[in-house]
Design a protein. Structure first.
Length: 490
């Protein structure tokens, strides 16, 4: 079959062929039917959603010799000339390449002349936001009093860069992203017409990859169709687009959910070197995002439901780790290694793993069964500032005597009021009248401050030790010729 690029062949020629912009098409057709013609239109929207296509159809309908129900006939000389790009009264300019004042002036000089064969002379300026300030000023003068035979159409992807003075003279039409369903509908229509075989899943993948742009959907289809030899299958489409298949992404999510390091090792043993590691990470993060959203929705109808048992905090954490490691992929010579380390990090820092380490560190030597100052300080309701000071103290209790030892600079801060507070708090806590004395013989390793820091270090060391001992991790890390202590520093 002779090939005309799909995107060009299937560019809409009539309003009824425009996909996903009903609100704009409707408004334009109504204005045609009511003969309310504006002299300046601005089409706003992201790339590939139909801005210039709609502008061209509008041009046709304005000049068509046989308009029916707000549609051009697409058969008269005017319509055919425009389709063939030979209509002299239609000028399409790309402001990205012709933005200077001179070029704009040259263009505007032609405005006063009557159209050669059409009713209206149409100037379509694409990417109009690229014009220089001087060009906009020149344009504004013409827009203030345009001759009745002239119509301006502007298209832009960045409307905020168009001066308000220009915008105020235009009918603004905002084009939206084309939905996945609309793209799927259109693609299946086109594929059937072109005798291209396809499965549902292929359409879904292409429409997702097009991100709301019908033109991108067609460009991607073009690429996929030639690769798949006009028979589109899900796996082939994923290959062409470098998209990892869903099973792989779910397998990774299972591994994270179950903290299954053995499965992680075999995942990388079977890893297909053709898969893009970055694409896999990105797909994983997309799913994590979907699971997070699902946790806050009432929907019970999702294949992701089983993952909602992961805590929102853990999902946030692994998303964050993915996000911060993503930047290293571009410069990495070993993306597979980087991906595996990213996943190890995600498991190693999970709250469950941390809990395990707490259990082992709870039998620490700081607990003195008779008098645990670290614990008591937490239980007594001291005022905030006093508690802060006492954080650096070591305390002993001998019979009815309490000895509070503090560094010199802290002792001076214990005023009479604090002394009263300390005395009443201790008396209440032990339910006896206690004799309290102060000195500066602090046993640093018994202060809550020290214990807290020490616990932190201990926990993190034990976490690292535990992971290092895990057979699965040993294998991965030896393959990667690195060790777990380096990951935790990342
Ligand atoms: Zn016509």
């Amino acid at each position: 079959m002779s090939y005309l690029v799909l995107a060009r062949k299937w560019r809409p020629k009539l309003f009824s062929e425009v996909v996903g912009q009903n609100h704009v098409v409707q408004a334009l057709q109504n204005s045609i039917l009511n003969e309310k013609i504006n002299q300046a239109y601005i089409f706003n929207g992201t790339r590939g959603v139909g801005k210039t296509s709609i502008a061209r159809i509008l041009t046709k309908v304005l000049n068509c010799e046989d308009v029916k129900k707000g549609e051009p006939c697409d058969k008269c000389n005017q319509c055919l000339a425009l389709n063939e790009n030979s209509l002299i009264d239609f000028q399409e300019i790309d402001a990205a390449s012709r933005r200077s004042r001179e070029e704009t002036m040259n263009l505007l000089e032609t405005v006063p002349y009557l159209p050669a064969s059409s009713k209206y002379k149409v100037y379509l300026i694409d990417e109009v936001h690229m014009l220089t300030k001087e060009s906009f000023n020149a344009l504004l003068k013409t827009l203030e009093e345009p001759p009745p035979h002239v119509i301006f159409m502007f298209a832009t992807t960045e409307i905020e860069k168009v001066p308000a003075t220009i915008l105020s003279r235009c009918l603004q039409l905002n084009l939206r992203l084309v939905s996945e369903e609309e793209i799927i509908d259109q693609l299946s229509k086109i594929f059937i017409h072109e005798n291209i075989k396809f499965d549902e899943a292929s359409l879904k993948i292409i429409s997702k990859a097009a991100s709301g742009s019908m033109r991108d959907a067609l460009t991607i289809s073009e690429k996929v169709v030639s690769y798949c030899n006009e028979d589109l299958k899900k796996e082939d489409v994923q290959n062409v687009l470098g998209i990892p298949n869903e099973e792989k992404v779910f397998k990774l999510l299972d591994i994270l959910k179950d903290k299954d390091t053995t499965a992680l090792v075999s995942f990388f043993e079977d890893y297909d070197e053709n898969d893009s590691c970055l694409n896999l990470l990105e797909s994983l993060m997309n799913v994590i995002q979907e699971v997070s959203l699902l946790q806050f929705s009432k929907s019970q109808d999702s294949n992701l439901l089983k993952y909602t048992e992961m805590t929102p905090e853990y999902l946030q954490l692994i998303f964050q780790i993915g996000l911060s490691n993503k930047i290293y992929f571009e410069s990495s010579s070993d993306p597979k290694g980087l991906l595996s380390m990213t996943l190890i990090k995600m498991i190693a820092f999970s709250p469950e793993e941390k809990k395990n380490f707490k259990v082992t560190s709870s039998n620490n030597s700081y607990k003195d069964s008779s008098f645990d100052w670290n614990l008591i300080l937490n239980e007594i309701d001291f005022s905030v500032l006093l508690k802060q000071i006492l954080f650096s103290s070591s305390v002993k209790k001998i019979d009815n005597k309490i000895i509070i030892s503090l560094p010199e600079d802290k002792i001076t801060r214990i005023n009479e009021e604090y002394k009263k507070e300390i005395s009443s708090c201790f008396n209440n806590y032990f339910n006896q009248i206690l004799e309290i004395s102060y000195d500066s013989n602090v046993e640093v390793d018994r202060t809550p401050l020290f214990i807290k820091d020490e616990l932190k270090i201990k926990e993190s060391n034990e976490a690292v030790d535990l992971i290092s001992k895990d057979e699965g991790f040993k294998k991965i890390t030896s393959e990667l010729n690195t060790d777990i202590k380096n990951i935790s520093k990342k």
